[in-house]
Write a protein that binds this ligand. Structure first.
Ligand code: FAD
Length: 501
């Protein structure tokens, strides 16, 4: 018999999991959240909760002996990464054969490590990706609901134009303008009032101190401060940390049984527990949720899962690149880590790209304009399962499609500004495009394929997917607002139809 029973269990505490937990708790349903990462609320010996990107320690990465930062080198020198001791740090880089995937680990999932960009996709592209979803209802109800609960705000344009901290963004905007390209402000969940106070010297610096991928000590409205705080505030939600769900099965009475390993701070499994629930919500993210369902299907624990579980995965077309500016075109030694602008060429039917203007906060003038391009790469891959672990069929040739699309856009920008690419940022000596990692893993349990149109898993009643695995590989912008809004839509439907007594 399972040790612990709860009416509802949520696996993972990222966007999908946090929305599920909050709405279940508010509906009066006792809910247990199981999260494999730690709770980030206690300061380390240096007095801060998260370590800095400039001097990373064990808190930076998930059980590593050396950090694996996205920008590995600078002037070809391995100056960025550091030796660390294994610990449940906040950023993980999951390696597959041809691509690696960055994800957040901890209470709040990706919201702890991400750039906070809170972008709503163009309605036409959303409708193209989700033909089975009522787009009017999404844009009228669920996107606004998600943005409000996430605490989305925008930079004051007058402050943006004047501050040294966004000079790098203004320089890239000017280069785009010379190319005849459109730029657009993008909202963020970082509190811009706090940021202005950081600049004025009246608040402790976080975004203005280089903090981002290893966590922000101030200013960012991560999920632990929004949805998860609301969930715990209902008194109906309990949170277990450092517990990784490894298997899901179904009892004879139709309830679900979960097997979870609890680890200590060295990663040793100290206890294996079984949990039981009537309603099971999977919010482990594209990788976490897909692995659980794939394992359940392939081991025969949940044999009726749809054949499409594991399919429809993509990188959201992610590519990172840097351009080398002229000496007179300084980007500034002071750079805010929270991006606020993108080059929007998505409407260009022959080569749709949305490129966010990214910071490179080294504290020194480096003349680099950095970008994270989101390209409309049509390539998709599937996961397979063998020997207890999951493999991803994504190939280097599929990443090259993203790089070629980014090159097409940035060749134009370089031509218009007589500039070139930077080749010293991504490890080897000749790489201008980092297409071997993604920040935006999407798909694996696609909405309307592995699930019904509302995230109900096909073949298994009262089992739901609420996270990025529902998105079919691409959404054209940074994904968390879409993931949150879809989870809101799922929870509204489930609470209205499935959980009523
Ligand atoms: P996650 O947020 O990944 O949450 C999943 C959670 O489940 C994690 O906490 C994980 O530890 C836990 N988990 C997984 N498996 C298990 C298991 N078996 N048992 C227990 N717990 C489990 N998106 C944007 O929109 N804007 C940005 O600016 C942006 N910047 C980014 C920058 C970086 C460095 C990264 C890595 C990502 C960025 N993203 C951004 C992407 C965004 O963070 C993700 O799309 C989002 O977090 C995905 O939400 P999710 O709910 O699907 O899963």
């Amino acid at each position: 018999d399972p040790v612990d029973r709860a009416p509802a269990i949520v696996v993972g505490s990222g966007y999908g999991g946090a929305v599920a937990a909050a709405r279940l708790g508010q509906a009066g349903i006792r809910t247990l959240v199981l999260e494999m990462g730690r709770l980030w609320n206690t300061p380390g010996p240096d007095g801060t909760v998260f370590c800095s990107t400039r001097a990373p320690d064990q808190r930076s990465m998930w059980f590593r002996t050396r950090t694996e930062a996205p920008l590995a080198t600078f002037l070809w020198l391995d100056v960025v990464n550091r030796d660390i001791s294994p610990y449940p740090g906040v950023l993980d880089r999951v390696h597959f054969d041809a691509v690696s995937v960055y994800v957040g680990r901890g209470v709040g999932g990706g919201s702890l490590v991400n750039g906070g960009m809170a972008v709503t996709p163009p309605k036409a592209y959303f409708a193209e990706q989700f033909p089975g979803v009522d787009a009017d209802e999404m844009y009228g109800t669920y996107f606004p609901r998600a943005r409000a609960a996430l605490g989305v705000n925008t930079v004051d344009p007058a402050w943006f134009e004047a501050t040294e901290w966004y000079r790098y963004t203004r320089v890239s905007r000017e280069h785009a303008r010379r190319t005849g390209l459109r730029t657009t402000f993008v909202p963020n969940v970082y509190d811009f009032v706090h940021m202005a106070r950081e600049a004025a010297g009246t608040a402790t610096r976080s975004a203005l101190a280089g903090e981002v991928v290893y966590g922000n000590n101030h200013g960012k409205r991560s999920l632990d401060k929004t949805y998860l705080a609301a969930a715990l505030g209902t008194g109906n939600v309990t949170l277990h940390t450092l517990e990784r769900v490894r298997a899901i099965s179904r009892a004879r009475d139709g309830t679900y049984v979960l097997t979870a390993d609890r680890v200590d701070l060295t990663g040793r499994v100290v206890e294996t527990r079984e949990y039981g629930c009537t309603y099971l919500f999977l919010g482990g993210g594209s990788l976490g949720t897909t692995e659980l369902l794939l394992r359940a299907r392939e081991t025969g624990a949940l044999p009726d899962l749809d054949a499409s579980v594991g399919a429809g995965w993509g990188t959201n077309g992610n590519v990172m690149l840097g351009r080398a500016n002229h000496l007179w075109d300084t980007v500034g030694e002071n750079q805010s880590t929270m991006p606020v602008m993108g080059i929007d060429d998505w409407a260009n039917a022959s080569n749709p790209v949305f490129a966010e203007i990214a910071p490179l906060p080294t504290g020194l003038e480096h003349w680099v304009s950095l970008y994270l391009a989101i390209t409309k790469n049509p390539e998709r891959a599937s996961f397979s399962y063998s020997g207890g672990s999951m493999r991803l069929g994504w190939t280097a040739a599929q990443s090259a499609v993203s790089a070629a699309m980014a090159r097409k856009l940035f060749d134009r920008i370089n031509a218009a500004n007589s500039t070139i690419y930077r080749y010293d940022l991504f490890g080897s000596s000749s790489r201008a495009f980092a297409d071997d990692f993604t920040y935006h893993p999407l798909g694996g349990c696609v909405l309307g394929k592995a699930t019904d149109a509302f995230g109900r898993v096909k073949g298994y009643p009262r089992l739901y997917v609420t996270d990025g695995s529902l998105v079919p590989g691409s959404i054209g912008v940074n994904p968390f607002v879409t993931i949150t809004a879809l989870a809101e839509r799922t929870m509204a439907r489930v609470l209205a139809e499935d959980t009523a007594p």
